[in-house]
Write a protein that binds this ligand. Sequence first.
Ligand code: 5AD
Ligand code: SF4
Length: 450
Amino acid sequence: MNRVYIKTYGCQMNERDSEAVAMKLRNRGYVMVDSESDADIILLNTCSVRDQAEQKAIGKAGHIASRMRKNPQFVLGIMGCMAQNRGQDLLDRLPDLDLIVGTQKFHLVPDHLDSIVTALKARGPKPSTVIDLESEAGSEDTIREHIPEKIKATAYVSIMQGCNMLCTYCIVPKTRGRERYRPMESIIQEIQSLAASGVKEITLLGQIVNNYGIGKIKSVNGKTPFVQLLEKINDVKGIERIRFTSPHPRGFRRDLIEAYRDLPKLCEMIHLPMQSGSDRILRAMKRPYTNASYRRLMDEVRNMVPGMYFSTDVIVGFSGETDEDFEATRKLFEDGQFDMGYIFKYSVRSTTFAAENMADDVPEEVKEERNQTLLKILGKSSLARNKSLIGSTQEVLVEAPARRGENQMMGRTRGHRKTIFPGKPDLIGKMARVTIEKATVSILTGTQAP
Ligand code: 5AD
Ligand code: SF4
């Protein structure tokens, strides 16, 4: 009774949390399996950012629970954001749950499973559900482990937890708590050890990475703690590329812009959530910037790094969004010439400021129409950018065999454009120089330059 399957919903942070939990479980003697049907313990690591994500996980858990009734030795747990958000209430919908673990208690999953498994083995009455949702000082420094066989060219590294912003639509401050930063030395140690295992590219993760260390670590020569961290990572031997997600437009200061000029390993790609282009809606969202200041920031960055790639998040159909508001978003989205973008239809999250004080008054069809409008613009701008790369030679970090096509490898350019070219698996984890011959909205294809 020790085979565990973890299913992950949501963002990269959740992927990273699941990976660390998996490794902690392995170190405790559990066997991680890749398919649900091979497991006797299933853990769902959940997302609450939109209603759809929660409904998906609840549906899945309901399905698994019906299987459990036939096998009382089976264990089902829910961890992460939805566990934190709904807590005890989950038991009303899913009375068979064995475990509910919040976002500051991932590191205790092995302890909790040990106690559940011991009780089940004793074949006494079914143990009551373990619920662990407290906050815990220092928990931000517990997401550190990586699974050795899965260590390839690229790795995620969590640098902080939580969010202190008050965006009115967002559940994250409730599910992830206040901002807490890992010590810099601990992050660097993790990255050094990844580099020693062959990792070439690091993506730093946090809700607002550019807030890293604020109020805890002093600025030095005008450099914020986040930029100091980037400088230290830039010095780690073996690491060739640095990325991060997500920064907030508010704290994106001059020192960070200059880092793109000064740190050769920092890849010229920024995910810069915009959410809306209407000042009125930005105010209603409590996003502390304007259409003009967001544009100014993009311009400043592009002046420093002319070829910069941009990606963004937009919410359409937020409370009170008129045609005029959407037009401001549409225009900013078009003018921004984004290479990548994630567009979301506003989803009310109960207990948020917006849920309690503003109406969800944009009809679903209008949200969908606005979504489609932005997707079309994105398709055009990313295709134009990709086409402009035809004939150029790009540095590609090779990640894996391509999904389709024999002897085809897949990697990414510094701008994070997926690139496919003929090559052998011994290239995985190495840099290749690829001359681009064809481009679609999302894929570049080419051949290795001589
Ligand atoms: N509805 C729709 N999208 C949301 N996001 C966050 N909260 C909501 C919500 N209630 C989006 C934001 C954020 C991304 C991770 O999810 O765009 O940047
Ligand atoms: Fe949510 Fe805003 Fe924090 Fe991002 S910055 S996690 S959108 S509250």
